[in-house]
Ligand binder design. Sequence first.
Ligand code: SOE
Length: 407
Amino acid sequence: MAARNPEEATGEAAGELGIGMVGHAFMGAAHSQGWRTAARVFDLPLRPRLAALCGRSPDAVRAAADKLGWAAAETDWRALVARDDVHLVDVCTPGDSHAEIAIAALEAGKHVLCEKPLANTVAEAEAMAAAAEAARTRGQLAMVGFNYRRVPAVAHARGLIAAGRLGALRHLRLTYLQDWLVDPDFPLTWRLDRERAGSGALGDLGAHIVDLAQHLAGEPLVGVSALTETFVRERPVPGARAERGAVTVDDAALFTGRLASGALASFEATRMATGRKNALRLEVNGELGSLAFDLERLNELSFHDHTEPAVSAGFRRILVTEPGHPYLEAWWPPGHALGYEHTFVHQARDLVRAVADGVQPEPSFADGLRVQRVLAAVEESARKNAVYTPVAADPAPVGAGSVPAQA
Ligand code: SOE
């Protein structure tokens, strides 16, 4: 496509940034909230306008557009991408259509926000990163939606690490636990289909913690060793409850990794951890101190400063709601907490500013590709580790003699 004046190409000159979004399920609703709210809270150089929403069913997309605040509805994403009032395309579909839509939008002269994981395969992610690089030279920008980077406590953690408060990093420990797949009769949705989702807990949850590890440490993972498992291998086919179909993705992924600096990291992603709803937890240990964060208490960051006298040192709880904390300058007075949805407002804020300033937003498609390569390495390692070192058989059954017999 011929190079064009970026403003002419994207039509941003009128002070508005027209958004076109594809997909209107959970992520579509969350992103809509972000686009609707960003300019009402933050001072933005361009005002996002919710121009058009796209979904396959005419009735469902019209109803979603009305509910979520979109001006128009489309049933063909190509028509949405072609609209003159759409300057940025937000891709909130399952992973199997990310590459096609995002590349077409970039080639049509639009900016792009794409939900995580960037794609279903490394090859798709490479094509997307290449398309984003080419588009950048024409003035279009692309970003991937790893929204948890924009939890204020996580952004603050990144700032502390980058400022050297932890010194050289030794360990990163990240888990992302949910429990919505525990019921063996939970239906076989697209998230359990490898063709559509790419992988299971690994791509859905593991992608977030891989991105956070690389983002917080400021360096890539260079090697992994993994185990994955699918505990429930068949589930009811939606709309045909008597019929069960094969689950073709992992239910859980456990892996260790080594960062470029030599720091070690461990990861656990599962949708089978009873009682854990959205438990993304992380701890980073450096030679000068440690940080810990739990998404279920997302306004808090724990910090241990190891340079303090041992008698008074220890983890302290920072309530990340001060105006000096990331993103807090425009929200409520200290102590008036934020939640999950605010990460999408922050994502919209940062992307609009990047577009207005013509600077590459983060995470870039190249960052998304970096995560995709780790996910692929995890799957390859898990395949190799499927034949893992067996533990020598013990002649006495485990626990024999130590458990009192039941009365
Ligand atoms: C479902 O497991 C899900 O919605 C993920 O897909 C999101 O990325 C995560 O933020 C919350 O859980």
